[in-house]
Write a protein that binds this ligand. Sequence first.
Ligand code: NDP
Length: 260
Amino acid sequence: MSEKVVLVTGGARGIGFACVRRFYEDGYRVVIADREDTEGARALDDIVADPSRAIYVHCDVSDKLEVHNLIAETVSAFGRIDVLINNAGIALPGGILDLSEEDFDRVLAVNLRGAFLVSKAVTRFMFDEIENREDRSRLTERPYSIINMSSINEEVAIPDYLAYTVSKGGMRQMTRAMALELAPYGIRVNAIGPGSIKTNMLAGVAGDKEAQDKIYARTPLGRIGQPDEVAGVAAFLASEDASYITGQTIYPDGGRLALN
Ligand code: NDP
């Protein structure tokens, strides 16, 4: 088993939980950060009976104090953070004519500012750890990886989900800017841009055949993706197989973007 630690925001369910399970199975120690205590506790029960391998920390990523507490609890439990997955996200409907300011702010606060706050705190921790190394030329011996859960909507817009589209467009550029800034320190930063994945976020189309048919029609592979198919991409990006990849987005989208 590896000593490595992965921190997954929004890790209590959906794509985040699939990442938690995949990294746990790959031997990582995992930190599930989510705002839902019950879901988080259940997720932990499902995957692990040993708290030395996984902890749950209540954290709303848009709240700076809660983010600081998240890092403190992670370091206190495991003493290191090797991989961060900025996965927590929400989608509220509305276009330019009907989206409220409050909903616009909320989506940006969770999806973009939340990823910024957690990345900032984790990067600060990584830097302190790097500074303490006796031989800085050995930076690449313990490489770090940050993975932002973006969306195909960083590339294609959905007009009636304006704030969501804006947040994921911002995430694309945040990924690139962070990758450039952190590359000299051996910290790789990449994004994943899923298409339609079967989670609560897609609950609205669960019983709606017309909506499902629309998704199938614009997805060359002709089906909705599973959370595990996104977690596999995260596992790859965190691995040594991706050691020369930074500043990129990989799209597990069933071919959706190839249509445009
Ligand atoms: P889910 O709604 O199933 O899961 C999201 C998780 O994030 C939930 O546990 C949720 O908690 C948590 N969360 C929400 N807000 C916060 C917050 N402020 N602080 C901490 N945790 C929070 O969604 P998905 O798994 O589908 O989405 C995960 C990511 O994948 C998102 O960033 C989303 O934009 C992205 N994505 C999803 C796609 C899809 O088709 N499903 C497609 C493209 C991208 P709670 O239950 O309390 O809301």
